[in-house]
Design a protein around this ligand. Sequence first.
Ligand code: S3P
Length: 472
Amino acid sequence: MKPAKKSVLKVRRAPLIETELTVPADKSISHRAILLSAISNGCCTITNFLEGEDCRSTAQAMRQLGVVIETPEPGTVLVEGNRGIFSAPDGDIDCGNSGTTMRLMAGLLAGQNFRCRLTGDASLSRRPMRRVMDPLHEMGARLSTEGERQCPPLVVTGGPLEAITYRLPLASAQVKSAILLAGLFAKGRTTVIENARSRDHTERMFDYYLVKCRREDVWEGNARVGRRLRESRISIAGGQIPESRDFRVPGDISSAAFWLVAAAAREGARLLIKDVGLNPTRTGLLDVLVRMGAQIREVVESAAHGEPSGTIDIKGCQLHATEIRGAEIPNIIDEVPAIAIAAALAEGKTLIRDAAELRVKETDRIAAVATNLRAMGVEVEEFPDGLAITGGRPLKGALMKSFGDHRIAMAFAIAGLFATGETIIEDADCVQTSYPGFAETLARIQKGKGIRRRTPVISSLDGKSQKKKAAK
Ligand code: S3P
């Protein structure tokens, strides 16, 4: 049920979590499933599609461009592929709050022979678009922005494209995906080079829809000193049309993150999350929580449709501080608000650096996390590219803002499960962006009424911390 406008989340300290959950479908994968199906050569059925506002923006954008999309039942979407030939929309395309919609759409529209104006809400209108404009210009499209400092509205005038080789100045799956999608419409072979691996859903989905997309990893170092990824080169030849396929979206590990932190940080808690995406470019949170002392078992049960998914079994404890920086950041970029709560509950000082990207997400997440943690009595130091959080002191319930950011709202609702008194998160409608049903699950967990564990635990988690994978 959609909460009334300007809803609040009210939270009190919760009993021990001992439950089993599933989470809504993956947001990044849902966007891409719509886009790839839309340009395929036939009818595609997407199941377990995320009915969140961001993915609806993508579906609506496709409809405006002439793609026939039906939703016979919630979570099921039928898309009639158009072989990459769109029709010019009547008016502006409203991307709502979704940066992924705007940036990926820019890539798709770059090769169309019409002009299209992409708009967004107040938050999206403050997000930088130069990162997609530069490479798409180089390919031959014309893009301009109407906002200050190259922010939306974004006007894309597409046309014939030439392939390019482009080194990403920052690790960004959205920029990489925009270039690869444009590359499908370009003459020649387009190559994107990334220095740290960002999420690879687009590449996996190309593979699944039988579009040839090559990845070459270049390593440095050796077995003795340790190997480190120097760069990945991802390339695609233009002129390919995705083969229509049916696709099922797994659960979103970024949504699971909130419950994983809630369980990890409480001694004796035990949580099983099923049918969740376990793509290794998205599971950095599990590594972080293991370093902080949680015991985790991760079992890949399916790799159907190109995306690994399965079960995460987690056992909580008194967490301790860790450091997160460098190449690990793209892997946990959406999980930092949740990790900040784990840090506030952990003994010692947790350091998060190299994460300046957080300043230009749905809100400035570094500032928002620092403000809200301080309101709960936590000592926080803010850097241009991160945070130092000294944890271990009891959290105080507080009245806090979501800053219109779904992940800030949910992270601080989880903090409220550990705090004294009442925690109130204002302006919580934004959770609908990625997690319809969050408030209901939160209410169940607060009352200690989690779904009773039905599945036997995968194996004993007693003993030292572990993060094991078992591919079927
Ligand atoms: C996303 C990529 C990430 C992530 C965002 C979704 C995607 O953004 O933060 O929530 O679906 O490609 P960047 O590409 O800007 O890192």
